[in-house]
Design a protein around this ligand. Sequence first.
Ligand SMILES: Cc1cc2nc3c(=O)[nH]c(=O)nc-3n(C[C@H](O)[C@H](O)[C@H](O)COP(=O)(O)OP(=O)(O)OC[C@H]3O[C@@H](n4cnc5c(N)ncnc54)[C@H](O)[C@@H]3O)c2cc1C
Length: 302
Amino acid sequence: MPITPEQAAEIDAQRAQPQPTLRATAPGIEAHLYTALPVLDHGFVRVIDYMGDDSAIVQAARVSYGAGTKHVSNDEGLIRYLMRHWHSTPFEMCEIKLHVKLPIFVARQWIRHRTANVNEYSARYSIMDREFYIPAPEQLAAQSSVNNQGRGAVLEGAEAARVLEILKTDAGRSYDHYEEMLDQDGKQGLARELARMNLPTNIYTQWYWKTDLHNLFHFLRLRADPHAQYEIRVYAEEIAKVVADWVPAAYAAFADYRMGGASVSATGLDCLRRMLKGEAVTQETSGMSKGEWREFLAMIEG
Ligand SMILES: Cc1cc2nc3c(=O)[nH]c(=O)nc-3n(C[C@H](O)[C@H](O)[C@H](O)COP(=O)(O)OP(=O)(O)OC[C@H]3O[C@@H](n4cnc5c(N)ncnc54)[C@H](O)[C@@H]3O)c2cc1C
């Protein structure tokens, strides 16, 4: 369960106390504030706070006194221009703070994004909950034979049952031993900072994660991408939906130029120009390696 009934009641109480403010607010993200969007079997993403909206990007780009321009179409055009030309600092004027509950092995990938502020639940100070990520049957895939960093066919029948059993038993046993080591019933018990050592990386941790919109887009570009591991991708996809509600114009530009767009090398551009002139370019005449050519074709053929 992502959140307990008590936590849900706390969230409802927070949402029941709106405060008047002179700050710019974005109705799309106000609707998300504090609520937990479930991810995986026990995880979630919640928006704790945010700063700015589409107008904040425009204001910063123009270094203006007011709230952007009078014309939404002008603002959208400017935002698209900024995105197209990698003029990124105006996007840094928007910030978001998230509360995320995620398995430790997902956190290991996530923390590589250094341009964020993070504060994680302390397993030195507190006892970890008995909550482990156990993949849904359709995510229980074999190692890919063509991609060392990917998955192949889904395991089925007895093989799937055997793997699930191993995952559940190992997690349960590790946690039993964790509790046993901590146990202070008449004994001294091992310190929490040491007892946690044997916990598996599919146990859930939590953190507050704050970043600006430019770096969040970079995170989403890498982690909402089909090449990203499923378990982090589902978090990125939830966050992407929130961002689309928060800054619709900026998100639309990002989706168009970054998520849906592609960058081409000078060699690739040359091939495209030759193709447009009617030349039958092949890998041999392209100047690209086999891998580059395969990716190039995938890009232009869709
Ligand atoms: C599909 C996929 C597979 C991956 N596989 C691996 C892997 O096998 N092993 C592995 O170790 N990692 C792997 N990574 C992690 C990857 O190498 C990056 O560490 C991660 O995506 C964070 O990207 P970033 O550094 O651009 O982001 P951030 O840390 O948020 O940085 C954003 C940008 O800020 C700049 N920046 C930040 N810090 C510095 C700095 N100290 N010096 C210079 N510039 C800086 C850079 O321009 C950087 O692009 C993988 C990532 C993906 C998406």
